[in-house]
Write a protein that binds this ligand. Structure first.
Ligand SMILES: [Zn+2]
Length: 549
């Protein structure tokens, strides 16, 4: 009697149990198949391992399963994969001051003042997302300006691209910054006009001078941030992400989540530099842990900075700064040394390269080393934003994956034109050209630098127009990709780029049942409609991890 009651209660209160065969039918399903083509289906059977056991077509006999879930005619797509995100950064950004919506310095200062007042217990005020370009400031902001908002506590705010930071006077004091502070290799301490006095902005490697002074988040703060990141990403339909620049502390937070059963995001980790790689994984990539939820795949390296702060390394000087070609952040010998060490251990390198000189150097170094380390290496170049057209064929030649962020193109368009002038854009954000030359793409967002919304990413990828439909017809529209390629970039191709094909990224038998129920068909929606896609439910391994209701 008692047992019966408990069973009845469980049946009434539990979400559809994942540890039994479940049929989810009456859906308008679609996935990329083994041949890279779109496969449409009406239902799936999820087995007790949380894997897809069967994909049902119209007219197929309904299989016998323990449970059935009615999809109510909704659209089912594979769980979306972000091929380049900073997972912990997404969580920390969600918990700290966000200036990305500010349109002027005055507006930003007001927001900083308010945030500091609301968070009196925080010893440091930290945040990100400022952009002097968007503010129409025409220069970097200064410490004195920041002091006018908060002077009694240290404040340090990362620029929107993460390649510069803005400190107030207290923060610089805490970091021991004085007029005697020199520019580090690969970095620049901005100075007040006509003096050696630091102005408050630190570019590229100089940001480390400040970052070392900031108290590191405690493990419980990291756990909080990670839980927040998973929520943010699942809400957007994201079930997996390549985590770029994983630190040992990040990894430990992911492991704690895995150990206590709260890890719901699949993470393909790329260690932040050789030291983190060794600390996390030793001499080889880790195995897939927690039912394909976590693996240390490789190492993230920085070839250069970003275009916004003119830290991207160019072959010719900036059009809007004729003495500056940007900075290489890794010396040639060091780059080759790290690539060889990674290849010896079967670690997958992911090289951040934005400018054409950085891309040329990364492509050439990989080309040299690939000769000694043949096989399926899947070298990755992250961003690959500005590539000399002469270098574009090198992606295909050595099987190098271009891991690109479609939304960067729409938000960087005007800035890229200013930085490069009109004649150096042929290899800019050249998605389709890379594909046509036989190269491989994977798509991501670079969150929290940009919103992680993959539907905005797919819309940008297939139109080269921004959320306002600008420019009409698309910017350099020859480099659009098809909607199917855009979907593949955020699912199957992103999985391939992380050695995860066959595990997740498609709704095919044997793969993890990661899927999203949405309110429209992404392959049929107009670009504006696609951006407005509503995620109704997100499932990972046959378990619901997000429900809009
Ligand atoms: Zn990034």
């Amino acid at each position: 009697m008692k047992l019966k009651l408990i069973a009845a209660l469980l049946a009434a209160t539990m979400a559809p149990p994942a540890l039994a065969d479940v049929l989810i039918d009456n859906v308008e399903g679609l996935t990329i198949d083994e041949n890279g083509k779109v496969l449409r289906f009406t239902g799936i059977v999820v087995d007790d391992q949380g894997k897809v056991a069967k994909v049902l077509q119209r007219g197929d006999k309904k299989p016998q399963t323990d449970y059935r879930e009615d999809g109510k005619g909704r659209v089912m797509i594979p769980g979306l994969i972000d091929a380049h995100a900073h997972v912990m950064g997404v969580g920390i950004a969600a918990l700290t001051l966000d200036l990305s919506d500010t349109n002027s310095l005055a507006e930003a200062l007001e927001k900083i003042r308010k945030f500091a007042a609301e968070n009196e217990a925080r010893p440091w005020i930290l945040g990100r997302g400022w952009n002097q370009e968007k503010w129409g400031l025409g220069r970097f902001p200064t410490a004195a300006e920041l002091d006018s908002a908060v002077a009694d506590r240290p404040v340090y705010l990362e620029r929107v691209d993460g390649h510069a930071g803005w400190a107030n006077t207290m923060a610089m004091k805490a970091a021991g910054i004085t007029t005697a502070t020199k520019n580090p290799d690969g970095g620049r301490v901005e100075r007040l006009a006509g003096s050696q006095a630091p102005s408050g902005v630190f570019v590229d490697n100089a940001t480390r001078l400040m970052e070392t002074a900031i108290p590191a988040p405690r493990p419980n703060e990291r756990d909080l941030a990670f839980a927040e990141a998973q929520k943010v990403l699942h809400r957007l339909g994201i079930t997996a992400a390549a985590d770029m620049g994983t630190s040992i502390e990040d990894w430990q937070a992911y492991r704690r989540a895995g150990d206590n059963g709260s890890l719901t995001l699949r993470i393909m980790a790329y260690a932040g530099g050789p030291q983190n790689m060794e600390l996390i994984a030793g001499s080889r990539p880790t195995p897939w842990l927690y039912d394909d939820k976590l693996r240390m795949n490789g190492i993230k390296l920085y070839m250069d900075g970003a275009l916004g702060s003119r830290g991207a390394w160019l072959k010719q000087p900036y059009s809007d700064d004729p003495k500056n070609t940007g900075l290489p952040l890794t010396a040639p010998a060091q780059l080759r040394n790290i690539l060889v060490r990674a290849a010896q251990g079967n670690f997958q390198p992911a090289i951040h390269a934005i400018g054409d000189a950085a891309n040329a150097e990364a492509l050439n170094a990989i080309g040299e080393i690939a000769e000694s380390f043949p096989g399926d290496r899947r070298w990755r170049i992250e961003h690959a934003q500005i590539v000399d057209p002469a270098d574009l064929p090198k992606f295909a030649k050595d099987g190098i994956i271009a891991s690109m962020q479609p939304v960067h193109q729409t938000s960087d368009r005007l800035m890229a034109e200013a930085r490069l002038g009109p004649n150096r854009l042929d290899g800019a954000y050249a998605w389709n050209t890379i594909l046509q030359l036989g190269g491989k793409l994977a798509f991501g967002s670079d969150a929290p630098v940009e919103s992680a919304d993959p539907f905005a990413g797919m819309a940008a990828a297939s139109t080269r127009m921004d959320a306002d439909g600008q420019p009409f017809g698309g910017w350099r529209p020859q480099d659009r990709v098809t909607r199917e390629q855009a979907l593949a970039g955020f699912t199957s191709d992103a999985a391939y780029a992380g050695f995860a094909e066959g595990r997740f990224g498609r709704l095919l038998p044997g793969e993890r049942a990661d899927f999203v129920l949405v309110d429209r068909d992404p392959l049929l929606a107009t670009p504006a409609d696609l951006r407005a896609t509503k995620v109704l439910e997100t499932w990972v391994g046959g378990r619901k991890v997000y429900d809009a209701d």
